[in-house]
Design a protein around this ligand. Structure first.
Ligand code: HXC
Length: 267
């Protein structure tokens, strides 16, 4: 474990190692007084920490979490309320989200409590969502006179389909973890007491895999949202071929044949 970087005000950053010494980069949103509302500064810090972990050779997977009461209750309404359209356009403040989407290593969301608005959209930019049983998901922006602005209408629709996404977005209602699991957005619902441990165990398991294959697997799965089946299959095949240029592919296959555990190099 390393200390939190003193330069971060709104997030706590740490590293968890698995049995092979490979690491998970963990980021905890830490504005509990406002249910982890995502202000501009917090989003900047989050992006900064994710990009640092993405470049870090020891890290194989990342984890974003909040606290029991809230993963995040959305964008910071108090900050947002006074902004003008032109402020937002000039700052292009949601461009941060495009950069999060470009993170190459897998990101797991460990969700609990309120996962609303931009908080729900943040879990949707993650690759896997593990949720505590009592988590409440929602896109309540409609009640504020706006709509989801960080991918909710797009990523949520792709994750759970048009009918359910429309219902969520048009009513602004909250939904249980079980409902979101049934809808296909959440990969696992676990007891409230253990959601973080479960998400950490999953992140450690993923972090023990060869990192280039992890990255290309993530990129290929995400490609399926942007392209035709033909284009996606072609992309997948090229990634598959490309991995044959990696030392880890040779190591993985040799280790299988020699009946031993692989020793990944990350290249
Ligand atoms: C700023 C927030 C906040 C938010 C909660 N707080 N959510 N502050 N932005 N999104 C603050 C409250 O003002 C309060 O501080 C403190 O957190 C505790 O919240 P309470 O409301 O007292 O708690 P509770 O009664 O338990 O109700 C919880 C809640 C409610 C149901 C989650 O807080 C709520 O409805 N929050 C707003 C949810 C929302 O509309 N999210 C979407 C935002 S728009 P004080 O100091 O006042 O006591 C959005 C757009 C995304 O996300 C665009 C792309 C990024």
């Amino acid at each position: 474990m390393s200390e939190n970087s003193p330069s971060y005000k709104n997030i706590l950053v740490s590293r968890l190692s698995n049995s092979k010494g490979l690491m998970v980069g963990m980021i905890q949103l830490n504005r509990p007084d406002v249910l982890n509302a995502l202000n501009i500064e917090t989003m900047g810090e989050l992006l900064n920490a994710l990009e640092a972990f993405d470049k870090d050779k020891e890290i194989g997977c990342m984890l974003i979490t909040g606290n029991q009461k809230a993963f995040a209750a959305g964008a910071d309404i108090k900050e947002m309320a006074s902004q003008s359209a032109i402020d937002m356009y000039i700052r292009d403040q949601f461009a941060t989200w495009d950069k999060i989407r470009k993170i190459k290593k897998p990101i797991i969301a460990a969700a609990s409590g309120f996962v609303l608005g931009g908080g729900c959209e943040l879990t949707l930019t993650c690759d896997i969502i593990v949720a505590a049983e009592s988590t409440k998901f929602g896109q309540p922006e409609i009640k504020l006179g706006v709509i989801p602005g960080a991918g909710g209408t797009q990523r949520l629709t792709r994750a759970i389909g048009k009918a359910k996404a429309m219902e969520m977005i048009l009513t602004g209602r909250m939904y249980t973890a079980k409902e979101m699991f049934d809808a296909g957005m959440v990969s696992r619902v676990v007891d409230d007491e253990v959601y973080l441990e479960e998400a950490q165990a999953l992140a450690k398991e993923i972090a023990s895999m060869p990192v280039l294959a992890l990255q290309m697997a993530k990129e290929s799965v995400l490609k399926s949202f942007d392209t035709t089946i033909e284009g996606g299959l072609e992309f997948e095949r090229k990634c598959f071929y490309l991995l044959f240029a990696s030392e880890d592919m040779k190591e993985g296959m040799n280790a299988f044949i020699e009946k031993r555990k692989p020793n990944w190099k990350g290249k």
